[in-house]
Design a protein around this ligand. Structure first.
Ligand code: NAG
Ligand code: NAG
Ligand code: NAG
Ligand code: NAG
Ligand code: NAG
Length: 391
């Protein structure tokens, strides 16, 4: 990262502090079907065959997205060179990361190895993408119930914070480089869909997905000073009794067969780091935001339309705390949900909420919309025309 980029990022941050919500705007409407300046390009579809050995499952995706993945990895390495200026240290780090990859549980270690082989990248580079991706993710997830009891689930995936600002294009460099990696995935067993997801090529954990007819699930990053990434260090030093967060999400999508079972696993499984799980089932009232520490659920916020809670909405803050003044996407998103009203809830309505600045911002890579009843998932790459909040 050039020093100039750092200075600009700091200046932008300072401006954001001075002017509270300088990028806010009226709630958007009629942006669906998505066209125009707030969307950018389409997303390819792939089947992932769970009957294949893990090493072979991602071969097609990894081969097709090899160039984009390598460009991203080169950029991540450039950032690492700032922290570890000698190439010897980078090599050492790469070999340690390759070792870390080998400690990951089945089927993740083999899948990651398969991706590295298919795109000809060093294993350590694919491991770093899989292990540290979650750290820089900030997001917005919403579950809403309409007045007939039908459930909708949608999310913005915001990624790339602090990883370098492109002054010329006024964009986050990593956010831009991630967009060509977004893929729509259909995981199958015996030629039948087990779950669908929108995800990044090369990444084997899941941050969003739908199990047709049963549940929808998204995960948001939870920043917490106590507990933070201690679990990751414990893993490195041999204490491996917790789950990597997005591996748990993937396992729940793959193996849980009901809303209750999914909720139980997401609430009670020990984790390596804190997280928010946003889970919806297939009937009225089945929707929750599960706030997790590494060891316990601190709060489960549930839908209850009869008592007025017809939606639950999570960004990256505990619901009982106020968001950071410089990063309040929750208040604008709730304002737009309130204006929408329960009888107008639909996937297009949620798309409009997620397209309103600063819920839509310079970090937003993609928006995903899910309908559990027919197992439908659709995703759009995003663009946030200026003036637009950097996060
Ligand atoms: C910035 O924009 C230019 C022209 O539109 C493009 O060629 C270049 O690749 C962009 N840079 C990044 C990092 O996206
Ligand atoms: C899946 O379908 C293909 C082609 O339709 C067939 O060749 C294959 O045997 C099927 N696999 C399973 C596990 O049923
Ligand atoms: C809803 O999910 C449950 C499992 O949680 C399943 O038994 C039931 O068949 C599903 N209902 C519909 C209408 O798909
Ligand atoms: C939205 O409505 C709820 C319920 O009436 C209320 O508690 C909340 O303060 C409202 N939020 C905003 C931002 O308007
Ligand atoms: C929501 O529904 C109400 C009543 O059905 C209607 O009057 C209103 O125009 C709708 N609002 C939007 C934003 O669609």
């Amino acid at each position: 990262m050039r020093p100039g980029a750092v200075l600009v990022a700091l200046a932008v941050a300072w401006l954001a502090v001075l002017a509270k919500d300088p990028y806010g705007e009226d709630c958007q409407n009629q942006l669906y079907p998505p066209t125009g300046p707030r969307v950018k390009g389409s997303i390819p579809n792939y089947f992932i065959n769970l009957d294949l050995p893990p090493h072979e499952r991602w071969a097609q995706v990894a081969r097709d997205k090899k160039d984009e993945l390598n460009i991203l990895i080169e950029h991540i390495k450039k950032i690492m060179t700032v922290v570890f200026p000698s190439s010897k240290m980078i090599q050492l780090l790469e070999s340690k990361l390759a070792w870390l990859g080998s400690t990951l549980p089945y089927p993740f270690a083999d899948e990651i190895k398969g991706i590295a082989d298919a795109c000809g990248a060093p294993l350590g580079d694919i491991v770093i993408f899989n292990v540290f991706y979650e750290i820089f993710t900030v997001c917005t997830s919403i579950i809403a119930e309409d007045d007939t009891g039908k459930l909708y689930h949608a999310r913005n995936l915001d990624f790339g914070l602090f990883l370098g600002w492109d002054i010329k294009n006024s964009t986050w460099i990593v956010t831009q480089k991630l967009k060509p990696l977004v893929v729509s995935l259909d995981f199958q067993r015996n030629n039948k869909t087990v779950f669908r997801s929108s995800n990044l090529a090369g990444y084997v954990g899941m941050v969003s997905g739908v199990k047709p007819g049963i549940f929808t699930l998204t995960m948001n990053e939870r920043f917490s000073i106590d507990g933070g990434y201690i679990g990751v260090f414990e893993w490195i030093f041999g204490k491996r009794d917790g789950w990597w967060m997005s591996f748990l999400t993937r396992s729940v999508l793959e193996n849980s067969t009901s809303y209750e079972e999914a909720k139980d696993r997401l609430t009670n499984t020990r984790l390596l780091a804190p997280a928010y799980f946003i889970l919806a089932g297939n009937r009225s009232g089945q929707g929750s935001v599960i706030t997790r520490s590494r060891t316990a659920a601190l709060d489960v916020w549930e839908l209850n339309a009869k008592k007025g809670t017809w939606y639950v909405l999570e960004t990256n803050y505990d619901r009982w705390k106020v968001p950071l003044v410089v990063d309040d996407r929750r208040t604008p998103a709730m304002k737009c949900m309130n204006l929408t009203m329960q009888q107008n809830v639909s996937l297009p309505a949620l798309f409009n909420v997620l397209s309103t600045k600063p819920v839509l911002n310079k970090l937003t890579v993609a928006t995903t919309l899910m309908d559990v009843s027919d197992g439908h998932i659709e995703s759009y790459l995003r663009n946030c025309p200026d003036p637009c909040s950097p996060w």
